[in-house]
Design a protein around this ligand. Sequence first.
Ligand SMILES: NC(=O)c1ccc[n+]([C@@H]2O[C@H](COP(=O)([O-])OP(=O)(O)OC[C@H]3O[C@@H](n4cnc5c(N)ncnc54)[C@H](OP(=O)(O)O)[C@@H]3O)[C@@H](O)[C@H]2O)c1
Length: 338
Amino acid sequence: MTEKNRQVLLKRRPNGLPVPEDFEIVETPLPEPAEGQVLLRGIYLSLDPYMRGRISGVRSYARPTGIGEVIEGRVVGQVAQSRHPGFREGDYAFGGYGWQLYSAVPGDGLLRLDPAEAPISTALGILGMPGLTAYVGLHDIGQPKPGETVVVSAASGAVGAVAGQLAKHQGARVVGIAGGADKCRYVEQELGFDAAVDHRTPDLGAALDRACPGGIDVYFENVGGAVQQAVFPRLNDFGRMVMCGMISEYNDTTPRPGPNLGAVVRKRLKIQGFIVGDRRELAPEYRRMAAPLVQSGRLKYREDIVEGLDNAPEAFIGLLQGRNFGKLLIRLAPDSTR
Ligand SMILES: NC(=O)c1ccc[n+]([C@@H]2O[C@H](COP(=O)([O-])OP(=O)(O)OC[C@H]3O[C@@H](n4cnc5c(N)ncnc54)[C@H](OP(=O)(O)O)[C@@H]3O)[C@@H](O)[C@H]2O)c1
């Protein structure tokens, strides 16, 4: 076992796109688990767009990370030491904390993972928070009907890939928007969407018109910005806009002007935001539905695994620019279950 812990701290708040100098990597003693806690040795750390909000310091639905604090993140790992009756050394679990190699966390908050049921990394992606996000957005807001056209942005990503595949299972015609030819090919050929549109194409509106000749009934919004501007005027009467995230605007230093909302009245649109954490109770239902589909290959996923904690800042900066291809994970230690 490594004698020391290693952590990535927030050194200063980013101004626009984060830079490596906003982060600091330090070595610290191993944390001591208190009674009821376990020491978890991280194997995978999840990097997610919401972390940009946490390090900005702007008041939001969650407390921001303080300067000098470990950056928040979800971890899958192995129990290195247990002071909780429900966990033994060697157990695999989800629920470790932060951009660091080891964390001492309450055993009550950990979910034991069975590597025989699904790869342990999936607890951070398709069977975890991003997959549940896709499910909640469609279940609560999008509610696609057979034959309707659903457009999903960031379609090759952790949330978008699941949203599109689930909408397809529900009988919708699904069009993905993604950055670049490789991602578009993946969305169409591997994920089975009906069409894919590259948001870097010079005339995105015309490309959407070709891909969605009957207009758009549901837009699963993951990126905002120019993509949103192209999709919004193409929504049909009674269209639904599932406001999941607007990653292209997370580095903005001033808010952008929004669309004119007259169309919301004329077309009787529904635009609704949501935060997955408000619907945690749907997690077991989602997992029961999704796990067999993942096992049988009917729900596909892709992971983008970057080696080593020290590469987390660069990988995170890349996530905010679309450099990841699939669910972005940092491998903190070898995964002996694979
Ligand atoms: N509401 C909630 O509870 C909740 C929960 C989880 C996630 N989310 C949101 O869901 C969205 C997707 O998250 P994820 O974890 O699945 O990430 P992801 O899609 O795996 O990765 C982010 C993707 O966003 C796209 N992107 C990044 N910068 C962009 C830009 N400037 N313009 C256009 N596209 C850009 C890139 O895809 P392309 O190269 O294809 O553009 C990139 O690969 C984010 O907005 C996130 O904040 C919301």
